[in-house]
Design a protein around this ligand. Structure first.
Ligand code: FA5
Length: 341
């Protein structure tokens, strides 16, 4: 064999043994087979200039070596490809016997659970659920509810003002006005929702809490209808033997007005932790809709009468779930909330 070719072949085998990356393999291919400067390409270019008697033999030797170089490069290329595929398979290997990631399922907040139950009870009594704004003008917050200028409830020490004539509603009674404006009597609505007061937080007070407003407007409505409705409500919520009691009270938008209690469902009036020994549990305020409130929304008080009530949902929740502090409901402590899943 031609000495130069022999040398190129040996050099190739040495170089090949040192190749350990696909990039080095490409460089090696260029070095020996590259069209312009490849060592074997250069030898091929020499063939034409050789004496006729050696030309054929030299040409066939260059071709043989080129074919062998080609074959060895292809073989190494295959080995690299196989190694790459094996590495990829190893990397992407999936152990289907491993346990999956557990995602906790969400659930309703205790206030929402109670609110849904309350809504079901009132809907079963023919009431419609209505909703309205949490930011109100003085008309809805005070004027239409017969709360005169100068009344302590208007004081910014009690109410969160957010503008000249705008405040966060401090009671869902604002919804009485919206309901009577939207619907004409006779009507029966409840409006559960968020309310805001500048109250100092303690176990039974939070600056943001939930109330349930109820309003019935019809002909010949009396205090007995109010009593009967709330009596039925507590029985459907807490049991057939529960009775209610009314204590005289004052609200500017009802006359007469009463605070409503119901006999403790836990101890049947004997006195226990839930009713703090009194035998009664406070439900909220109520009364017969004041004629001036009806007039504010153009309802004739001679033709229609009504009753309204406003109950504290948080305190009902505290009783129902035996919580000693309503603020637990708003701390978003998952350990507490998970108990209602
Ligand atoms: C009212 O808010 C009247 N609007 C109720 C009413 C409606 C009377 C319709 C007549 C006709 P009062 O301020 O008492 O009334 O609040 C009603 C209930 O809300 C209370 O019984 C109590 O359960 C709850 N409550 C009051 N303040 C807070 C507070 N800061 N945190 C949690 N609950 C509260």
């Amino acid at each position: 064999m031609d000495e130069t070719l022999q040398h190129i072949k040996e050099q190739f085998l040495t170089d090949l043994a040192a190749v350990n990356t696909p990039e080095a393999l490409t460089a090696l291919r260029d070095k020996y087979l590259g069209r312009k400067a490849g060592l074997l390409a250069n030898e091929k270019k020499r063939v034409g200039g050789l004496a006729p008697e050696v030309r054929a033999a030299f040409g066939s030797q260059v071709n043989d070596i080129s074919a062998e170089v080609e074959a060895r490069l292809a073989e190494l290329n295959d080995r690299f490809a196989a190694a790459q595929e094996a590495a990829a398979l190893e990397r992407e290997k999936l152990d289907i016997s491993l346990p999956g990631t557990q995602f906790g399922r969400g659930h309703l907040h205790p206030i929402t659970l109670l609110r849904n139950r309350i809504e079901d009870v009132f809907v079963s009594m023919g009431y419609t659920v209505v909703d309205g704004p949490e930011i109100e003008t003085s008309f809805y917050n005070f004027d239409a509810l017969n709360i005169p200028p100068g009344h302590p409830a208007r004081d910014s020490a009690d109410t969160f003002y957010v503008g000249e004539d705008l405040a966060l509603r401090s009671q869902t009674s604002t919804m009485q006005i919206h309901a009577m404006q939207r619907l004409s009597p006779p009507l029966r609505v409840i409006a559960p929702g968020r309310v805001f007061r500048r109250d100092t937080p303690d176990p039974t007070h939070n600056p943001m809490f939930f109330q349930l407003e109820g309003l019935t407007i019809d002909r010949n409505i009396t205090l007995a209808d109010l009593k009967g409705t709330l009596q039925k409500f507590v029985q459907l919520m807490y049991g057939a033997n529960i009775v209610t009691r009314f204590r005289p009270s004052y609200f500017p938008f009802t006359e007469p007005s009463a605070e409503v209690d119901f006999r403790c469902y836990m101890c049947a009036g004997i006195g226990c932790r839930v009713c703090k020994g009194s035998g009664w549990v406070e439900l909220g305020g109520s009364g017969m809709v004041h004629p001036r409130v009806l007039e504010a929304v153009n309802i004739d008080p001679e033709e229609f009468q009504g009753f309204a009530f406003g109950l504290g949902i948080d305190r009902m929740a505290a009783r129902m779930y035996d919580l000693d502090d309503i603020r637990l409901l708003y701390e978003n402590d998952v350990r507490f909330l998970e108990q209602f899943a």
